[in-house]
Ligand binder design. Structure first.
Ligand code: FAD
Length: 460
């Protein structure tokens, strides 16, 4: 018999919330899952189904030598409801896992509704529940709950807009051109904290013209209301349109930097800043943008030093509620400050934690659900190795620089380098996948143990 304290509340019946509820219920924990639709909808959802896909119907590549393919395989092996439902409603889509969105959402809804340990309540949650709770209300969390989260975490830790700069894999930056330095020689590393891409006047003018001519993504109606967030963090192309000098006094300012190849200050400089602990990823400082992704690839490769850059994330700006995970969450996705004020643990899951995209959101849902089970059973949280893509992505969102934290998609740049370097990209990615799946084994055994304990209890 379960005590009330063993009951888990999950708020949000999207990809993360359904996955979290399912995982906890499969381990024997009774769950109350709240979903506000259909009584109250979000600006992007159109149905009353759980796990509605608000945009694309693709979960990305299947092959494990692609980052999303490997993350899906890890999730499949961990027993993900969402990945199983996606496989069961797959459509022909070449190398991608694309789904019939209606069949997919219907399958998840049926699985949740028929689970004996899940009670589905169709209500908006407007205040933080008092017992152990997982919040998985997504990028369009309702205003009332966002206010409640703000009160708990502090306004400065809840963001309502993505302003993401593109990120490059550092191994693809041409260091014959890009040089290491910090402005005026300040910084922590002796050779400089930044990689700097210098531009001549002609290169700057060519780049600015390309920026101005490039195609941008349209802003949706519900995002237009939030335009006020743009002023604080202008897209690079909007800044460029303010005049020839605007970028030179903004993110491309060259002051305090000397190009060691010429011994002089360049006309303009694009700075790249380290983005992960492993120093494999660098972001383009101040380059948040609304350019279409293929346009970003074309225009940003005009920057000297980035001719062959591989972008692991493109810049984006859109409505997105997410918390400052590096400041607020521990490695188990539990809110650090929660105990004192709520006297009950609170986990966050899904896009609200900064695990971007359908598959990333599913991952944080699965892990929050299983970690809630571990907590209720007084067991240590799951230890996902940093060499698995699951472990690497979650580690990123709780250890990234809190000052510039933005959501992150799964990518191979998050993984620690291989012990024996592999030169060719495809073979390197295959080696990452082999290492990740081998290192996942102990976690699979731990998760099997959590589920077996339920079967034993049921048999007793
Ligand atoms: C416009 C838009 C387009 C996107 N397109 C893509 C894409 O093409 N591919 C991709 O990978 N990702 C896309 N994303 C990101 C996408 O939202 C996430 O990948 C994924 O849906 C996040 O899962 P989640 O469970 O965190 O949130 P969601 O799937 O949004 O689920 C959150 C759920 O919580 C409910 N909810 C909210 N507040 C409350 C409350 N107070 N009480 C009860 N229930 C509540 C919502 O109704 C919703 O059902 C897009 C996001 C947006 C906003």
């Amino acid at each position: 018999m379960h005590t009330v304290a063993e009951r888990l509340v999950v708020v949000g019946g999207g990809l993360a919330g359904c996955e979290a509820a399912w995982q906890a219920a499969q381990c024997g924990v009774p769950v109350i899952l709240y979903e506000m639709r259909p009584a109250r909808s979000s600006p992007a959802h159109a149905t009353d189904r759980l796990a509605e896909l608000v945009c694309s119907n693709s979960f990305g590549a299947r092959a494990t030598d692609r980052a999303l393919g490997l993350l899906k395989e890890e999730l499949r092996q961990l027993g993900s409801l969402i990945i199983a439902a996606a496989e069961a409603s797959a459509l022909p889509a070449g190398g991608a896992l694309a789904v019939d969105r209606d069949r997919f959402a219907a399958a998840v809804t049926a699985a949740i509704e028929s689970h004996p340990r899940i009670e589905l309540r169709r209500e908006e949650v407007v205040a933080l529940p008092s017992g152990p709770t997982i919040i998985a209300t997504g990028p369009l969390t309702s205003d009332a709950l966002a206010d409640a989260l703000t009160q708990l975490t502090g306004a400065e830790h809840l963001h309502f807009f993505d302003a993401m700069a593109p990120i490059v894999a550092v191994e693809t930056v041409n260091t014959a051109i890009a040089f290491r330095a910090s402005r005026y020689g300040r910084g922590e590393q002796a050779d400089g904290d930044y990689l700097n891409c210098p531009m001549t006047e002609a290169e700057y003018d060519r780049f600015r013209e390309a920026l101005l001519a490039a195609e941008t993504t349209p802003v949706r109606d519900f995002e237009r209301e939030d335009r006020r967030f743009f002023e604080a963090c202008l897209p690079i192309e909007v800044l460029a349109a303010r005049g020839r000098e605007a970028l030179l006094y903004g993110p491309l300012r060259p002051v305090g930097l000397t190009d060691p190849r010429t011994g002089r200050r360049p006309f303009a400089v694009v700075q790249l800043r380290q983005d992960n602990q492993a120093a494999t990823l660098y972001n383009l400082v101040g380059f948040q943008t609304n350019l279409r992704w293929p346009e970003q690839a074309r225009v940003l490769r005009l920057i000297p030093g980035l001719e062959r850059a591989e972008f692991v994330r493109f810049g984006q700006m859109h409505r997105n509620t997410f918390v400052n995970s590096p400041r607020l969450l521990d490695a188990s996705l539990r809110l650090r400050a929660a105990d004192d004020r709520r006297r009950a643990p609170l986990w966050l899951a899904g896009q609200i934690t900064g695990t971007e995209g359908y598959v990333g959101s599913t991952l944080s849902g699965l892990v929050a659900g299983l970690n809630a089970v571990c907590h209720l059973r007084r067991l240590p949280p799951l230890a996902l190795p940093a060499t698995t893509l699951s472990g690497a992505l979650l580690r990123y969102i709780v250890t990234a620089d809190p000052e510039s934290f933005q959501p992150m998609k799964a990518n191979f740049g998050l993984l620690p380098p291989l012990e024996t370097p592999v030169r060719h990209k495809r073979e390197r990615y295959q080696a990452y996948a082999r290492r990740a799946l081998a290192d996942l084994e102990p976690v699979l055994a731990a998760v099997r143990g959590l589920r077996r304990a339920t079967e034993r209890r049921a048999a007793e």
